[in-house]
Design a protein around this ligand. Structure first.
Ligand code: ARG
Ligand code: ZN
Length: 459
């Protein structure tokens, strides 16, 4: 009996599904995670996304979100089934693959989709997910809130490292970058700000729709759709399209916020190579309880009016973290160490603090402090991603490299890193290899002491 059933199943699978020449694809399920040791369930295997079209309708008063996510992707294996990441506090109503209804099931943060017909390896396909519900943030291993963070007038939407799954389905590991279009409908008293360029703003009755285009590839932890009572600015300033959204409560203190971008971007451009995106700007929301800013692509989000130092940090991330993105969370110093070094560089340029002082202060932490027990290139787990050693040891590593190679070679390394991995992903080993190639030096001892070993390196 069992044997017969198995034979019947095999016979069924081999029947061509469409057209006389079609050969049925059987395929295998895509992996439910991308294999990142810090967040094993994050991302998925078996396909690669190219574009997300997110149509969202949100009511701040009821915290109700309705979404239609249209995801264009390519199968990287023959796929019988694939996963998307979406928390099950949101309810999926329907899923189609290439226009045909697909079976689906939600379990925790995994949305499992079984297309009516398996997908061939290499095939382009489109998934449409209709969903709704009351989104909520997640709590990160370090205790901070991440994702759809409700505010008194809307949403502070920061998604590093895992918040994207709280508001849209996707392949939410940083190695699968994609372009995005956001069409967000909110009450006409609110503004919806996302990444990239503002394409249109239309209102009908008491609702308004904001359409944003993010044309350069983006990791999903860098997406944002932030909503609130914002003063929206959109101007060409110093050669950059600067789009800003400022909470009216902070408008007085933020009068020059837009104008402060071009000087920082020009300076970083001279050191790191051209600014990689079509627009810039930022979102200033009055949310002192959130506790952190985030370098959301093209448009960082700040819970306060940023200092020059914080502005420089988030803008340095546009090159380091956003355009060049790590391949796994463990390599987060490639983001935070570089952005911290961006703070030091900008303070030095402004004349507010010589870079040698920034280095000396960070290095002055006593050798027996726990700080030195964390190797820069492996903070040890997801709870320590945003701890001081990642930021300060990371920045010190770069300064020591600069001191040892000289300015010309050091900045040539940063420019090569930004250009060779533009819009891509790269890990610590790639940075070490690139540094050795550009400098023509063997740098094992330096990187071993500063990146891989615990303990305070001697100078
Ligand atoms: N990347 C951000 C910054 O350094 C910090 C994000 C912190 N996120 C968190 N969940 N703790 O600007
Ligand atoms: Zn940072």
């Amino acid at each position: 009996m069992k044997r017969l059933l198995a034979l019947a199943a095999a016979a069924f699978i081999s029947v061509p599904l469409a057209g006389p020449a079609a050969v049925a694809v059987t395929g295998a399920p895509g992996a439910p995670g991308a294999g990142d040791p810090y967040f094993p369930g994050q991302g998925n295997g078996g396909y690669d996304t190219g574009h997300y079209d997110l149509a969202l309708d949100y009511s701040p008063s009821s915290n109700h979100l309705t979404g239609v996510a249209t995801i264009s992707a390519t199968a990287t294996q023959a796929l019988s089934r694939l996963n998307l990441d979406l928390v099950d506090t949101l309810t999926v109503r329907s899923v189609t693959v290439n226009g045909a209804a697909a079976r689906f099931a939600q379990s925790g943060a995994e949305l499992v989709v079984t297309p009516a017909a398996a997908l061939d390896s290499g095939a382009a396909f489109t998934v449409v997910v209709r969903y709704d519900g009351r989104p909520t943030h997640v709590l990160d291993p370090d205790g901070s809130r991440d994702g759809w963070i409700r505010t008194s007038d809307g949403v502070y939407n920061a998604n590093e490292p895992q918040g994207a799954m709280t508001w849209y389905p996707g392949n939410h590991h940083m190695t699968d970058k994609a372009t995005y279009r956001f069409a967000v409908t909110v009450p006409s008293t609110r503004v919806a700000v996302a990444n990239g360029d503002l394409v249109s703003r239309t209102s009908g009755g008491d609702r308004a729709t904001f359409v944003w285009d993010a044309k350069e590839p983006m990791a999903s932890y860098l997406t944002t759709v932030s909503i609130g009572k914002f003063q929206l600015g959109d101007a060409m300033l110093g050669g950059f399209r600067v789009i800003t959204a400022v909470d009216p409560k902070l408008a007085g203190k933020a009068a020059d916020f837009a104008a402060r971008h071009a000087p920082v971007l020009d300076y970083f451009g001279s050191l790191f190579g051209p600014y990689p995106f079509s627009s810039t700007g930022g979102i200033v929301d009055h949310e002192p309880n959130v506790g952190y800013a985030l370098e959301t692509q093209t448009r960082p989000i700040y819970p306060v009016v940023p200092s020059e130092r914080l502005l420089a940090h988030e803008l340095a991330h546009q090159w380091f973290g956003n355009s060049v993105t790590p391949t796994r969370w463990q390599d987060i110093w490639l983001n935070e160490g570089f952005a911290t070094y961006g703070e030091w560089l900008w303070q030095d340029e402004l004349g507010t603090r010589p870079i040698q002082d920034s280095f000396a202060t960070a290095y002055a932490v006593p050798a027996d402090d726990d700080f030195w027990q964390t190797p820069t290139a492996d903070p040890g787990g997801p709870a320590a991603l945003f701890h001081d050693p990642v930021y300060d040891r990371g920045a010190m590593t770069l300064h020591v490299l600069r001191r040892s190679l000289g300015d010309a070679t050091f900045f040539a390394i940063l420019r090569a890193w930004a250009s060779e991995h533009k819009y891509g992903n790269a890990d610590t080993a790639a940075f070490v290899a690139l540094s050795e190639r550009v400098s023509g030096r063997q740098l094992d001892a330096l990187f071993d002491a500063w990146l891989f070993q615990p303990g305070k390196p001697s100078l």
